[in-house]
Write a protein that binds this ligand. Sequence first.
Ligand code: HEM
Length: 405
Amino acid sequence: MDVNEILSGLYSEQGRQNPYPWYAALHALGPVSAIPPRPEHRTVGAVAVGYDLVDAVLRDPEWRKGSPPGWQEQEILRTFMSSMMFTDPPEHTRMRAVFAKTFTPRRLGALEPVIARVVDTMLERMAESGAGGAEVDFVADFAYPVPALVMAEFIGLPEADLAWYRQRVDWIDEYMDVAGKTPERLALANRAAEELRVFYRDLIAHRRRRPGEDLISGLVEALDSGEVDLTEDELISNLIVLFNASFVTTVYMFSNGLPLLLAHPDTVAALPGDETLARGCVDEVLRMQSPVHFLARAAPRDTDLGDVPVRQGENVLLIIAGANRDPVRFPEPDRFDPRRDGPPSLAFGVGLHFCLGAAVSRLEGTVALPRLFARFPDLTVTRRPTYSGSLFLRGIDKLFVSTGG
Ligand code: HEM
């Protein structure tokens, strides 16, 4: 198979449901393959799946995020381009420093009891919905509300606004998918950005009058005292991007992870009370079923990537979910092994843009999984799970289970 056939297969409905055979086919071609020019990927010159190569590009600060053409005309792209996730140094460095300071070990420690409380509330709710053998949607009752409520408390979003907010997150994520750049999706993403900007402007004004313990209050205070080098517009863009980045990713960590874990009953039985195993399970779930599949970087100059020439400014598609199953780095890559040693997976990226919330998600997973299986030792999946259909953010949207009680 050549690279065009593989990419067509990957973008097909079948590929979206299960992209892993296509990633294996890319590995068979080598760590990186040139993409022959085609209208749909005009600016993408190559696709990389080799762990070492993807890792090296992400660690090299010269490889850039770049800026999409005409970004000034679209509210969503203006928001992205004034946030850390989509900018290069020096803007990235300045903005990330402001937020990195707020993700302190103290704040993370304070989050642990919040996570435990939210998890226990949701487990209680699952028990009620599942009483008498009724089917429960694990996504609706656990995988979605746990990260949403934890992040809402962490950032300082009113719980009552979460359903409204989620619709806007979906509009933005649909636009960000590899095949999402349609005029309709762009219009919805622009609308989401406009409405979220108004939402945050009001929330900031409110926190200014009545500060709390949350992240927004802390950031507003730092902004007003002139302590940090950030405008209010940039604060808003970063809050939008931060919440978006935190949200569906962590939902998918739970929903993608559950069937994988349940296929290993001995591990599940050993999870309650074994924190090291819980940490290993979280990392192995993220390696094997990464919520984020693709990243991209633009070449700083004409260069060779492996034996593939790439032109200055051309993008390289970095399939981190494929790199996480590189047989060179992860022997028997399709085997679940929570005690695997070897390099860290690239599920959270690496280098300058390494996920700012990695510790938060890992903590959510480590606290939640042992509690989940202690409460429901006989949890089973009752129907075949369905994936969202997005390749960029890949995950199970509906997952019916029986709680066994
Ligand atoms: C399992 C859950 C998560 C996964 C798989 C994930 C994945 C990622 C990845 C792959 C990147 C790198 C993007 C790039 O290099 O272009 C990233 C960046 C980022 N993530 Fe996460 N993330 C998760 C949870 C979170 C959470 C909970 C938060 C917030 C609390 C968060 C906030 C961010 C931010 C702000 C960035 C941008 C950092 C920068 O550009 O410097 N993420 N994430």
